[in-house]
Design a protein around this ligand. Sequence first.
Ligand SMILES: Cc1cc2nc3c(=O)[nH]c(=O)nc-3n(C[C@H](O)[C@H](O)[C@H](O)COP(=O)(O)O)c2cc1C
Length: 129
Amino acid sequence: MAGPLKAEVKKAGEVDASKLAEYDLIGFGSGIYMGKHHKNLLKLADGLPKMDKNAFIFSTSGGANENFKDHKALRAKLEEKGFRIVDEFNCLGWDTFGPLVLIGGFNKGRPDESDLEKARQFAARVAGQ
Ligand SMILES: Cc1cc2nc3c(=O)[nH]c(=O)nc-3n(C[C@H](O)[C@H](O)[C@H](O)COP(=O)(O)O)c2cc1C
């Protein structure tokens, strides 16, 4: 996604919230853990100041994420801060949660080239909005 968006990529813990005002569009994403984004990302959202900005949300998950149901917690936090969520993206990711590791995990090889192409197309679309 960073390519088409000409975006900087930062880990949640590296983000300087006071600098976010300099960006036109901000993407927030991680794997899904127990139905939510990573706790560090949720913590980052909690600590953001109020902002009038466009944002998008993305994730990888072990299971299908119909209607982006697992984005709800992050989405609510971002909207409360004033972000407009312009679009969302999800694809399967390799899942080795708990005993799955014994059978090599689910979705090995995901995201694959087709997922990455969809992510690039998604990024090009949101960049044009
Ligand atoms: C502790 C743990 C909890 C998870 N919970 C969920 C879940 O609730 N729903 C889901 O679809 N996938 C779940 N997964 C699978 C991850 O979302 C998936 O493997 C994701 O691609 C991990 O991203 P990462 O490699 O960046 O950590 C879980 C994985 C782990 C390790």
